[in-house]
Design a protein around this ligand. Structure first.
Ligand code: NAP
Length: 321
């Protein structure tokens, strides 16, 4: 390399350090972004990882079993990484690995999740802890650990919430509670990340095909939990029968499309509701409106209909800005 070329290379390298960006690695496109997806072994996370990789991004795909890590690593642009979101040592090791890889980290997709089925007045505390440990403390732990890398790249954070972050189904109290918490988590985090130019969003799917019900049923079997003896025996039995005979739900391709928008759109949305059928959108929006009405009714400062419509118009206008 002649002296001029060496000088140009040195200037480019120094500028990239000054601006906090990470150099593209040899053989990788300059605009390739690195994204970590948790819970990428199956279902929505697997779909997101594959969609990102197909778009040419580099995916660190979190999984717990070696066979899943190997299967993910066999896909072009994907590197499987061991990551149980309830184990701090594994999270710290993943930060270490990703830092050493030198691509930086532009996007974090907190997707890992589980569902517990149990009435709130009967649910075992172990099950409640399990639900929150994965769905709520998981995103909290992982985001905290990767925040410096995301801030450095002025990147994006998105979490797979659910329409259960707005709806609260009977027998799904623990799950709904965990997803409601993700709503608050997202808004607070977005407020805190604004000063670092990091955008934060939540993607709220309706029902899509995944392993979530199989995993739920398997765990109930392992813990020898049945409907028998519950005050809700009939309701639980009805759900358990339907869960095991569930017709194939739609593949979650549109959930991945929403995640890509959250990660790469110039002006990402805060909330991405993605549902396979209109009915799920309708019940979710109606529930949000019902809550608004309940919040407003019969107190000293209740607003009348016109004032509420004005507020709705203001919210619609600022969403379209
Ligand atoms: N499918 C739906 O209809 C739907 C609707 C709304 C929201 N969601 C949300 O979508 C997300 C993905 O769920 P899914 O429906 O795609 O179900 P899924 O196929 O069962 O996928 C769940 C993923 O989370 C992983 N996971 C579970 N516990 C973990 C832990 N402790 N640490 C790291 N990873 C863990 C699983 O890994 P293993 O394979 O190792 O267990 C799997 O990769 C969840 O947050 C769920 O609440 C799903």
């Amino acid at each position: 390399m002649n002296r001029v070329a060496t000088l140009v290379t040195l200037i480019v390298v120094s500028l990239s350090f000054v601006s906090g960006t990470t150099l593209a690695r040899q053989g990788e496109p300059a605009n390739q972004k690195a994204v970590l997806v948790t819970g990428a072994s199956t279902g929505i996370g697997r779909n997101i990882a594959e969609a990102l990789a197909a778009e040419g991004h580099f995916v660190y795909a979190g999984a717990r079993k070696q066979s899943d890590i190997d299967a993910l690593s066999a896909i072009e642009n994907i590197q499987g990484i061991r990551l149980d979101v309830t184990v701090q040592e594994e999270i710290d090791a993943a930060v270490d690995t990703i830092t050493k890889e030198g691509r930086g980290l532009y996007g974090l997709v907190n997707n890992a999740g589980v569902a517990v089925l149990a009435p709130l007045i009967e649910v075992d505390e172990v099950d409640m802890q399990f639900q929150m440990d994965v769905n709520l403390f998981g995103p909290y732990r992982v985001t905290k650990a990767f925040a410096p890398l995301i801030i450095e790249s002025k990147g994006r954070i998105t979490t797979t919430g659910s329409i259960s972050g707005i709806l609260s189904g009977a027998l799904f109290g623990p799950y709904s509670m965990s997803k409601h918490a993700i709503e608050a988590y997202t808004d607070s985090l977005a407020g805190e990340m604004r000063k670092f130019d990091v955008e934060v969003s939540v993607v709220e799917p309706g029902n899509y095909n995944s392993a979530i019900y199989d995993t739920l049923l398997r765990r109930m079997q392992q813990r020898k939990q049945t409907a028998a003896g519950s005050l809700y025996e009939e309701e639980l039995a009805r759900f358990l029968n339907n869960a095991s005979n569930r017709p194939q739900d739609k593949e979650p391709d549109e959930v991945s499309a929403a995640v890509l928008d959250a990660l790469f759109a110039d002006k990402p949305k805060r909330r991405y509701m993605v549902v396979p059928v209109e009915r799920q959108a309708e019940v979710t929006i109606r529930k949000a409106i019902e809550e608004l009405v309940q919040l407003n009714e019969r107190h000293m400062y209740s607003y009348d209909r016109d004032a509420l419509i004005d507020m709705l118009d203001d919210a619609l206008a600022s969403a379209n800005e």
